[in-house]
Design a protein around this ligand. Structure first.
Ligand code: SF4
Length: 429
């Protein structure tokens, strides 16, 4: 299996934890900064020292084509700190010419000068965690920034791109947000239309639109347990998804994966590493890498991660060299994940080939085709030669229902599930 060409670096620090977030995150308070003496600066410096040690102890073998610094809130790092991380990757692995180097930024956590510093350090793509153009929604999600911060950040990014200093940038939005008060309904379709129009107006060449998921243990998860969280019904969520596809197509964006839209030439190369089933490096707290068919998940607490790095330096872990504590023999993405991810991509998946590689005969292909005959008849599932995919927008809007059926089938015929891989960069927050 070829050596990984993409690397993900996890920066776990945030000012505060958003109400829906269950990522490996360390909240440092609203005043936190990497500046010497500022709240949180010592924690950031100590963590970066560990991260640099982990990179240095890794067996670099091929230059990297994509690097993604996600979190958390990587814009809590100074440009010099980002530069030091990139230099360490360059020293260990090398960076291929034209490598895509993405940094996640949060509005209100950087200014134009800081952005210039990141670009000078080697960043050439930005992912901006905007989430909403409605202050009530931002507040309802537990976000720290305001709409004015987001609009200003978009202007800076657009200007940097126009000047040729930034290759591309992406804006995150959250759809299907819950009701913002006990006596109110969830934001309706017109609200979502306005959000999309404002996102298009920023000129962002890439948009990532994630449906809100309610995870156990989060503020939203606890509210849901108490029956205090009113989410939009499935019809409204599907309508929002369809509207996104329609408006963004009219604005020239290609829908290249269920959550991702890009103007020509601006699809994320790093995300394709995960979706293609290729291996990837990952570094940092809670990050999962895949090399030579082995998954390696790092601990989610700083203390345990420090011990883990020390063990790595002592040769007690491998990075998929065959004698470590990954998952021996597992494909980077097991079939169930390849199907979940691949069917939602415009390219789809070569279904017969995937089943064959999973040790399943042609009769299973026929079985699966019969099982999903109804979805094919409704135009939700398209079978185009050897490739299967969900249609856009109808199939993608109902993707969860179709994929749930497919996974139930896989649970019956396939091997036990393995640990999940990131379907998107762990931060994207
Ligand atoms: S959603 Fe993003 S900004 Fe909010 S706590 Fe999670 S990682 Fe941090």
């Amino acid at each position: 299996m070829p050596e990984p060409r993409g690397a993900y670096l996890h920066i776990p620090f945030c000012h505060r934890r958003c109400f829906y977030c269950d990522f490996a995150v360390v909240p440092l308070g609203d005043q936190a900064s990497a500046e010497a003496g500022a709240p949180g600066s010592a924690s950031i410096a100590a963590y970066l020292a560990l991260l640099l040690r982990e990179i240095a102890a890794s067996p670099g073998a091929a230059p990297l084509s994509t690097v993604y610094l996600g979190g958390g809130t990587p814009s809590l790092l100074s440009p010099a700190q980002v530069g030091a991380l990139l230099e360490s990757l360059a020293a260990r692995f090398g960076l291929a010419a034209g490598a895509e180097i993405t940094l996640e930024l949060d509005p209100a956590s950087f200014d134009e000068q800081r952005l210039s510093g990141y670009l000078a350090a080697g960043v050439n793509r930005v992912s901006l965690g905007g989430q909403s153009f409605d202050n009530a929604v931002l507040q309802g999600l537990g976000r720290r920034h305001h709409v004015l911060d987001l609009q200003q950040a978009c202007r800076w990014l657009k200007a940097a791109q126009q000047l040729g200093r930034l290759g591309s940038w992406s804006l995150d939005l959250i759809e299907a947000v819950p009701a913002l008060g006990s006596d109110r309904a969830a934001p309706d379709l017109e609200h979502w239309r306005s959000q999309l129009k404002q996102a298009i107006a920023t000129g962002a060449p890439h948009l990532s639109i994630y449906g809100l998921t309610v995870e156990p243990g989060t503020v939203f998860g606890k509210r849901a347990e108490r029956g205090e969280l009113l989410l939009p019904d499935a019809d409204l969520a599907a309508d929002q998804h369809e509207l996104s596809s329609q408006l963004l197509a009219e604005a020239g964006y290609g829908h290249y994966e269920i959550s991702n839209y890009a103007l020509p030439g601006h699809a994320s190369r790093h995300n394709r590493v995960y979706w293609s089933g290729a291996d990837w490096w990952a570094f940092g707290l809670g990050a999962t890498s895949a090399r030579r068919g082995q998954r390696l998940a790092r601990p989610r607490t700083r203390q345990a991660y420090a011990a883990w790095v020390e063990a790595l330096e002592q040769g007690l872990h491998s990075h998929g060299d065959g004698d470590g504590d990954g998952e021996p023999g597992a494909a980077s993405l097991p079939l169930d994940e390849l199907l979940l991810v691949g069917l939602r991509r415009r390219e789809g998946v070569p279904m017969a080939q995937l089943l064959r590689e999973a040790g399943l005969g042609p009769e299973k292909l026929e079985e699966l085709s019969s099982l999903l005959a109804c979805e094919q008849a409704q135009g939700l599932l398209l079978i185009e030669g050897p490739r299967w995919r969900l249609s856009d927008p109808a199939g993608l809007a109902l993707s969860n229902a179709v994929l749930a059926k497919l996974l139930q089938w896989w649970e019956r015929v396939g091997p036990p599930p393995t640990a999940a891989a990131p379907a998107r960069p762990a931060g994207a927050g």
